[in-house]
Design a protein around this ligand. Structure first.
Ligand code: SAM
Length: 158
């Protein structure tokens, strides 16, 4: 994509073969396209489902203990080449890394969501903002509630 707004800067989009991410499932939401998604999810928003591929279902063991979880997803319909962006289309630009725009070199979305329940291989959450069918990258317990299960590291370790 080459069209840009006033004062925006673009770069060459990353080549798609420089790293790979294995999607672990898809996200089911009520929103069929970008224009209908909320800009950021709300914890009182509609229920959405993280539908895991069968081989990852056992990876959910223990997740039910957490009230809040982080969900990472691939904003697959985003362009990836903007260095600066003009969110209001008014000629004023902001650096991509100062925004939570879906337009970024690696279009990873991150939402802290409320865990409503686990239904087999599907995780029911509130607080998402992505298009129905968005690829799922990862699920993690909210960092504030998580205590490491492994013993503390020695200072020389990293
Ligand atoms: N909460 C995430 C974050 O902060 O990293 C994403 C925020 S981003 C502003 C959310 C917007 O991305 C939505 O309002 C929609 O316009 C767009 N979007 C949602 N799903 C997308 C997808 N699969 N591909 C491209 N854009 C998407």
């Amino acid at each position: 994509m080459t069209d840009i707004r006033e004062n925006e800067i673009r770069a060459d989009a990353p080549v798609s073969s420089d790293a790979s991410v294995a999607f672990i499932g898809i996200i089911r939401t009520p929103w069929p396209d970008r224009s209908l998604c909320p800009r950021q999810g709300r914890l009182d928003g509609p229920e959405c489902r993280l539908v895991l591929q069968p081989q990852w279902c056992d990876a959910l063991q223990g997740l039910e203990k957490f009230e809040m979880i982080d969900v990472l997803y691939w904003l697959d319909r985003s362009r990836r080449d903007l260095v600066t962006q003009s969110p209001k289309s008014d000629g004023r630009t902001v650096g991509t890394f100062a925004l939570r725009s879906p337009v970024r070199p690696n279009p990873i979305g991150l939402s802290k969501v409320k865990l409503v329940g686990i239904d087999g291989g599907e995780v029911v959450v509130r607080g998402l903002d992505c298009i129905d069918g968005t690829p799922l990258i990862d699920i993690k317990p909210d960092i504030c509630a998580f205590s490491p299960i492994a013993p503390p590291k020695q200072s020389a370790e990293f």
